[in-house]
Every structure is written in structure tokens, then in C-alpha cells.
Design a protein around this ligand. Sequence first.
Ligand code: ADE
Length: 368
Amino acid sequence: YETPLQEQLEYLPCDEIFEIESSSLKLLKILGGGHFGDVHYGLLSINGQQLPVAVKTPKSISSERIRRMNVIEQEEEQTRQRKILRDELKIMSYLPTNLNVVKLLGAITTSKDDFCVVVEYCEYGGIDGFLRSVHKNNKFINEMLSKVDSEGYLVNQKSQIKENQQAGLQISFIGQENSSWSAHFATRREKGFVTTSDLLWFALQIARAMAFLTENKVLHRDVALRNVLLKSDFTIRVADFGLSRRAADDGQYVQQRNIAIPFRYVAPESLRSGRFSVQSEIWSFGVVLWELFTFALHQPYIDIEECESSTIDGILIYLDSGKRLPTPDCMPKSIASMMSMLWCEDPVRRPTFKCSQKTLREELFLSN
Ligand code: ADE
């Protein structure tokens, strides 16, 4: 039994409590155009305060396409783009708040021209861009310290772990994982490079966001580092629910239409069947881990010679032969072996998000 999800979305309310006045919102500059809409930086006035926000608007139609459309077609396309954003809004307003999922602050849905979704602003933007920008510094420091040490760790890892253990002791005492961890990591945020612990901390937060989403029956389906945003306190937010659909009651989602899918991140069984599940989200999380520890320098599979990586079939042939993405140099062994489990061909043998969190936590605090 499977409910078509497009239909389920029709029954999800678009909660009015998020409706804001157009006059309280100022768009200041464009941050980027995504596959499913454009994102602007703006200010939202709340109680006389100006809050920095990110504002998502329906994807604009290119001037070239507009020229080929009549007025009715333009109207239809704009309605279609608004619906895509409204679906994303529905999923966001349905979800309870979670520290690692981008927070919905408001929306304008009653005016066609101002239609938008307002979310919290993440100062460092996409974590992929952030990692690419620190990579040079990291490389330089590693070369000075004669590269990665024998266990494959990055910069000064040993002293880092001691600090983490001390922080960890404090954490178990206070029992407030989030606030003490972010405070702990925030103290080193301006250092211009990242350590293995930072990467593990990012990974742990992503796993937490994913556990939260799947517990709430939301399949993100587009988990990739470019959709993970970084705040200046080194906490992360999973964003971009453009592809998300609420899972039907059996936890599966079947792709309804032939829409573009981020195939380098998608589990092989989903590429074949169009079926998405918690287990296929776990596969994608594995690809995200790989991206984290390669500093998002390259797209997955693109550098592998024996993989024809520009097509779905090419990647499926590579994966079917039992091969996987290569282990990044600086990835700790326990994480590398977990990553390979996340890519088990048999979906049910893949570890859960909870189990992945445990492995990441152990590596973060207990290894030496
Ligand atoms: N790019 C996309 N969404 C963003 C956000 N919420 N904050 C900063 N940059 C973004």
C-alpha cells in the first residue's frame, strides 16, 4: 500500500501562523539560484529588530524561456514554481524545530508576486564552499607538519582529542550536548583551517538532522554537502527541502514524475526503482561523509577512471561490480569502515542513523 506523495502533500496544511507582512521584509542581495528556487539575503523586522534572514523565492523563468512562452504559459509556469516552493514550505511547517535543520521564520503565501519562504540565515553558507575555501590552508599546515600522521588524522589531532575528551566529560556531566559542544567548537572557528574533529562534528550533526527527519517521516532525497549550511558557531543546518516528500506509511517514496535526481548521491536500488526509503537516505549520508573528508573538492565518482560517471548507468555499472568511492586520506579508520557499511548493497544491512551517530561520537571523544 503506497499513497502517492504528491497527493499526500495536498492534505498537509500550509500553516498560517507563519504568514508575515510583505512590508516587514527587505530583500538585499541574491545568494544563489538553486535547482528549485532562488535564495536572497534579507532583513526581517520583528519587534523593531532587523533579523538577517535567507529568503527563498520561486525559481524565476529565464528570459530566453520567457520569450518562447505566451502569457498563459508564463502564468502556468509561475504557478508550478510557486507550488514547488509551497510544498517545501508545507514540509518545513509540518516539522517540529530541530537545531540541525534550517529554521522556518515566516512565509508570504497570500500574494502571488511576493510569494516567498523566510528561513534563518547561515553566515558561512553552504559547507561545501566553506571546506573548499579552507582546504588550501589545511594543505599548507599539513605540509609543514609533514602531512597527515600515521593514523590518517589532520592537524594536531592528538591534542585536539584530549581537549574533546575533557569537553566530553563536562558534557556528560551537564547533559546538554548541543550548547556545550557548539561552545567548545566555536572557540576555534576563526582559525582558518579545520581538524578531523571539526569534520567529525559536522558529520555527527548531519547524522542527527537525518535521524530527526526520518523519524518524522521526511525523506530529504537531496542530502548533499551543498544543501548543508554552516552557522558561524560551527553548528550546521540541513536545508533545501525542494525534493523532500513525506514518506508514505510504509516509509517508502516512489518517484511520481520524471524529475531530475541528484544521481551521484542516490542509492543504487533507488536509481533503479525510483523508490526512496530511510536506507536510501543512509546511502546518501555516506556520500556526504565522503564529501566532508575530501573537502568537497570534487563531485563524487568524477575522478574515478574506470567509472563512466556522467550517467546513471555508468555509476550503476561501477557500483554493481562491488566498487565504491575511495576512502579519503584523512578519514579515521573507524569512520571509513562505517562509511563502507553505509554503502552495503543490501539496504537492510546498512547501519541506522542512530548507530552512525554512536560511531561518530566515539571517534570524536574516545579515540586517542
Ligand atoms: N544559501 C541558501 N540558503 C541559505 C541560508 N539559509 N543562509 C545562508 N546562505 C544560504
